[in-house]
Design a protein around this ligand. Structure first.
Ligand SMILES: CC(=O)SCCNC(=O)CCNC(=O)[C@H](O)C(C)(C)COP(=O)(O)OP(=O)(O)OC[C@H]1O[C@@H](n2cnc3c(N)ncnc32)[C@H](O)[C@@H]1OP(=O)(O)O
Ligand SMILES: N[C@@H](CCO)C(=O)O
Length: 490
């Protein structure tokens, strides 16, 4: 087992109770979603990170399933102390709708016929896929996701989350992706689909129970896999070296290492993936175009998330210019967006390979610092029934200038400051209710430090009570505390 892995994991299945109405009006009954989770959901359910997988990915993003040697596809990034730190976050990954790894897709049994859907499966969009993920997140009782993260086709899902459910996404990390599929990306997907459809075993998509279109699917994967690498990476890996020989054979069969490698990946892929799912997912990718008839800036108008857009220097499938378009369109809507570029020779799949850079970037972005991390936890409060004199005594004894006032349930009812005490003495008030501020400005544990600093600055105050989801005081953030923090970052 790899170091700092989340360890043994097993997939859960969630069955959506109601019919799923799809983007194009079709309905699916009894949709099931396979998912895995890593880490622990905190009491306020505010530390959930949804990971969206790429084309051939699945819910098994990290850890080891019983009987399997290889960990999940992003085990280098998900785990204790890693970029998606499972000692802090509750990480969720689900298999996409139309997938073939536990979530309803063309290879699943159609409840109407008792047979595999095949091409009876309606065409699915990325918006449909994200709508299914939303139902899973609702089912888990999560009202707002701390972050949504994904690479490639997974990055498209991240952008769709930001547009479809802006209130639910606190931070978003679309990686090596695009807000629309370019003609070149469509072209490669079409070649892959034609390879499958041209395979005699495809049988109109009705191959289940008989030989699958393995030749077509392997060929589709070989073409796709070339786009996941780079010219430099292939030069490094293979050059013109021959496979298990020192001179040309001058025949039509295998000569070069690169040929052998692609055949290997093709043959490996058909052991774990369904050809019809390949058709449906690449179709969903082709249809993806957030701007639609309008502009990308218009599409991003409602985005509320803080966004980090990550691109890869050598990615020629989803080139960095497509990430720049996303950044510009978000920035034009005053979205809090930043971008970074992973320096790598690996090409598009670098988001799976450059785990050192990925972990560093994710850790720094996600832990941009939250109020919960810098608040003083041993916060001093006073009950609503207390007197001005009681408040003055507590302030002197505990050397505080702000005193949250709580009701009988421990919920915040107001706040009293040293200035209020001075006024009370001058005005001869004796009860807290007479002097406390009732409309208290507060902050949530998961809100960023920047948000706290901006709120204090905008309202010219020097302290903010930090509340949990039930309105109970968890701590205090003060302007002194924040300045000390940034003072440390010389
Ligand atoms: C992101 C998601 O949602 S999912 C998906 C992630 N998984 C995949 O995409 C699976 C297929 N993709 C890959 O394997 C990707 O290249 C990665 C990023 C996952 C792995 O990349 P790398 O670690 O660089 O592995 P690489 O692409 O070089 O392939 C190594 C394999 O090729 C084999 N190989 C290398 N050269 C040759 C050759 N000349 N002939 C035959 N096989 C070869 C190796 O033996 C190795 O086999 P193994 O995987 O059984 O150990
Ligand atoms: N190679 C990864 C990324 C593709 O975009 C996959 O197969 O899913």
């Amino acid at each position: 087992m790899k170091r700092n892995s989340v360890g043994r994991v097993r997939a859960g299945t969630f069955r959506i109770p109601e019919d799923l109405v799809l983007d194009h009006g079709d309905r699916l009954t009894g949709v099931e979603v396979a998912f895995e989770t890593y880490g622990r959901l905190n009491r306020d359910k505010e530390n959930a990170v949804l990971v969206c997988h790429a084309l051939s990915g699945d819910a098994h993003a990290a850890g080891y399933r019983d009987g399997e040697e290889k960990p999940g596809w992003w085990d280098d990034v998900i785990g204790p102390g890693k970029g998606l730190d499972t000692s802090r976050y509750f990480v969720i990954c689900s298999n996409v709708l139309a997938g073939c790894k536990g979530t309803t897709g063309p290879s699943s049994t159609n409840p109407k016929t008792g047979k595999p859907y095949g091409l009876d499966m309606p065409i699915i969009t990325i918006r449909d896929m994200v709508a299914v993920q939303k139902r899973l997140i609702d089912h888990l009782g999560i009202r707002r996701l701390f972050a949504v993260v994904g690479g490639s086709f997974g990055g498209m899902q991240v952008l769709q989350w930001c547009v479809s459910y802006p209130e639910m996404v606190r931070m978003a990390v679309p990686i090596a992706t695009s807000a629309y599929s370019s003609p070149q990306q469509i072209a490669f997907n079409e070649v892959g689909r034609r390879a499958i459809i041209s395979d005699p075993d495809w049988n109109g998509g009705g191959y289940y129970g008989g030989p699958p279109p393995g030749r077509g699917l392997a060929l589709a994967r070989m073409v796709g896999h070339i786009t996941y690498l780079s010219d430099g990476a292939m030069e490094e890996k293979f050059g013109r070296r021959l496979q298990d020989k020192s001179e040309y054979s001058f025949h039509m069969d295998l000569e070069f290492q690169v040929e052998s490698y692609l055949r290997y990946h093709g043959e490996n892929f058909i052991k774990r993936f369904d050809a019809n799912s390949y058709l449906y997912i690449t179709k969903a990718i082709d249809y993806f175009d957030l701007a639609g008839e309008g502009t990308l800036a218009e599409a991003f108008r409602g985005v509320k998330a803080k966004v980090l857009v990550i691109s890869i220097t050598s990615d020629w499938l989803y080139p960095p210019y497509q990430s720049r378009e996303i950044v510009e369109a978000l920035a034009s809507n005053d979205v809090d967006v930043r971008d970074c570029e992973i320096a790598s020779n690996y090409g598009h799949d670098a988001f799976l390979l450059e785990s050192g850079q990925m972990n560093y970037i994710l850790r720094n972005f996600l832990s941009r610092g939250t109020a919960g991390e810098i608040m003083t936890r041993d916060v001093v409060t006073i009950g609503l029934g207390g007197s001005v004199e009681d408040a003055a005594r507590v302030m002197v004894e505990r050397e505080v200038t702000h005193l949250p006032v709580t009701d009988e349930n421990g919920r915040l009812a107001g706040i009293v400051t040293a200035w209020d005490i001075s006024k009370a003495v001058a005005m001869k008030y004796t009860r807290l209710r007479e002097i406390m501020t009732q409309n208290v400005l507060t902050i949530l544990e998961g809100d960023s430090i920047e948000t706290a600093a901006r709120r204090m600055k905008d309202h010219d105050i020097s302290a903010l009570p930090v509340l949990d989801g039930e309105g109970r005081v968890q701590g205090m953030v003060t302007s002194d505390g924040i300045s000390r923090l940034f003072g440390a970052c010389r």
